[in-house]
Design a protein around this ligand. Sequence first.
Ligand code: DC
Length: 225
Amino acid sequence: MSKIINVAIDGPSGAGKSSLAKAISKSLGYIYVDTGALYRSVALYFIRCGISTSDVEKVVSGLANINLNLIYKDGVQNVILNGENVSALIRTNEVSMGASAVSAIPEVREFLLETQRQLARENSVVMDGRDIGTVILPNADVKIFLTADDKKRAERRYEELRQKDPSVTFEEVYEAMVNRDKNDSTRAVAPAIKADDAVLLDNTNLDERQTLERALEIIRDKAGI
Ligand code: DC
């Protein structure tokens, strides 16, 4: 069996982590693990229960009622929440903000930790998130911190959301993104920051293909493949 390789991709929202991670996984045949989907599914569970995602006490006690699984069909990740495939339901703005809120709760992070580590122990993965290089896989073979300037990231998010909801405005997308980044990077536990040994990849002026090429160079160099 060939050596298991773990690639960690962290960075703020809208930097293109998931597009890059998917492209890498396709190119190298590794499993793509979108860890944000786990936090989003936890948020969806509480939103559906009518529990505020910032009510720490209720969220912590409710975790015992959540069973989450990631399954892969034709290379695509599906997230299963208590037996239901919720992959298509977790991309709304409400769930994004809820995910950011629950992700600041240490018990939630602890609850999701083993699922992520187990996948990486058993498979070559390209895993994207906020704390993969710092907390989840501190010994990852390759760590990339992907970023781009705020306006550029908001533009990309705006284009994506506009397809689903034409009434959305650039200003609201920008504001929501900046707020969420602030939450994620300043929280006390596992803040979204670059690991010391991560390679910084700023793709403000790169398209998807150029970003992939640069990332593959970094992977070949660091993982020796
Ligand atoms: O990557 P995303 O937008 O799907 O993530 C949703 C939220 O989950 C994000 O605001 C922060 C949180 N998150 C996290 O704290 N740690 C991760 N590894 C992934 C996501």
